[in-house]
Design a protein around this ligand. Structure first.
Ligand SMILES: [Zn+2]
Length: 388
């Protein structure tokens, strides 16, 4: 092979990796650093005891999850009931949705089962559940282009019954889904030696037409984790959890799994409790998952927890003519100011909740727009050009 042939192949390899190299975004780091204190949710999860099919623990956990999500902004909650094929008991999947700013953008689905086997299941899978709750809490006031759906499945331990039911009966085969991210066993074993590592899982199963996309997203997931957290990543094969029914139908999947799971001596035992889990490791994994979701969902408006924050907002179309759209966290009302290139205010307006369209009547030129939420907690600015 000659040198040019090699270069061509290298270029093809680089371009087939899809997203290419991630660039560091300080706003993502600020948001990600707000992931703290998973122990409260993990202890609560533990307090419900065993959560197998037909147990009071399963029912109590479902009710608790529902109330946790109903306390968050911008989350729509649905239940998907199914008949457990082994017992004929009614089991319930909990589905929580955060809308995106682009109504036609595909979903990002984050899955984590809440049933357990033989014990309270703090690692398997209280960690995936607590990570989802924290991510939802922190995403609630971030404006994302893509909608994000969190699903907590029941019936995973006996054969992915909840996720199978959901994929077969709710999702169907051609739903608009960008990516499924499965979180199952994210906690390092307390005192374990591999707690600074996490496995990013990619699709290596048939059908394989969806595998390359899975590898590309998994590669980006791994980059996000290494860029925004202290963890190192390794790549592994996706298997044995709720992403498999999605992959069977051709959806693009990825997942996170703490390698210690293999050596974790409390796996599927009554000892899978908080004292045996390295919660700092779980926090780091949650940070990495959140960073990846902020990237994949094309987050634009960020609000910090403290004081007034500054963020940039995307304005489109750009160039514009008669009206513009501005990406902002949707739950608030805003005062809007538009400045010309001399810094003079040429228009003021307001944006109601969940509305992002402004009619403009401006001459050709470049403009700066500032949107300040009515609680004065955040300012977003963006630039746009008007052309007739
Ligand atoms: Zn599990």
């Amino acid at each position: 092979m000659n040198r040019y042939g090699l270069i061509t192949i290298l270029c093809l390899l680089i371009s087939s990796s899809g997203f290419g190299q991630l660039t560091y975004d300080q706003r993502i780091q600020v948001k990600v650093n707000q992931v703290q204190g998973l122990s409260t949710d993990l202890l609560k999860f533990e307090s419900f005891g065993i959560k197998n099919d037909g147990s009071k623990g399963l029912e109590n956990t479902l009710n608790w999850l529902e109330s946790r999500y109903s306390d968050m902004n911008n989350m729509d909650i649905f239940k998907d009931s199914f008949i457990h094929p082994l017992s004929s008991n009614i089991n319930v999947n909990l589905i929580v949705e955060k809308k995106g700013t682009d109504g036609s953008a595909p979903w990002i689905i984050i899955t984590s089962h809440y049933d357990t086997r033989s014990g309270p299941g703090v690692n398997d899978n209280g960690t995936g559940v607590a990570a989802s709750l924290k991510m939802a809490e922190l995403l609630a006031d971030v404006s994302t282009r893509n909608p994000v759906r969190f699903i907590h499945f029941a019936g995973e331990e006996e054969g992915y019954f909840g996720s199978k039911h959901y994929v077969d009966n709710v999702l169907g085969i051609n739903a608009s889904v960008l990516l499924v991210i499965n979180l199952d066993q994210l906690g390092g074993t307390k005192g374990g030696s591999d707690n600074d590592k996490i496995v990013c899982e990619r699709d290596e199963s048939l059908p394989d037409f969806n595998n390359l996309k899975s590898w590309s997203y998994t590669d980006t997931l791994s980059q996000a984790i290494e860029l925004y957290t202290s963890l190192q990543t390794t790549t592994g094969k996706a298997f044995n959890s709720d992403y498999m029914p999605f992959q069977d139908k051709g959806y693009v999947i990825t997942g996170l799994w703490q390698f210690n799971g293999l050596q974790y001596p409390f796996y599927h035992t009554s000892g899978d409790s908080l004292i045996h889990v390295d919660t700092n490791a779980t926090i780091e994994v949650t940070k990495g998952a959140l960073a990846a979701v902020l990237h994949f969902s094309r987050a634009t408006g960020f609000v910090n927890a403290r004081g007034i924050s500054k963020g940039s907002a995307t304005v489109y179309p750009n160039p514009a003519s008669r009206s513009i759209y501005i990406d902002l966290p949707p739950s608030k009302e805003y005062n809007v100011l538009i400045y010309n290139f001399l810094g003079e205010i040429v228009k003021t307006d307001t944006l109601q909740r969940n509305s992002n369209k402004l009619d403009i009547d401006l001459g050709q030129g470049m403009y700066l727009i500032k949107a300040i939420d009515k609680e004065n907690s955040a300012i977003f600015s963006g630039k746009f050009v008007v052309r007739d």
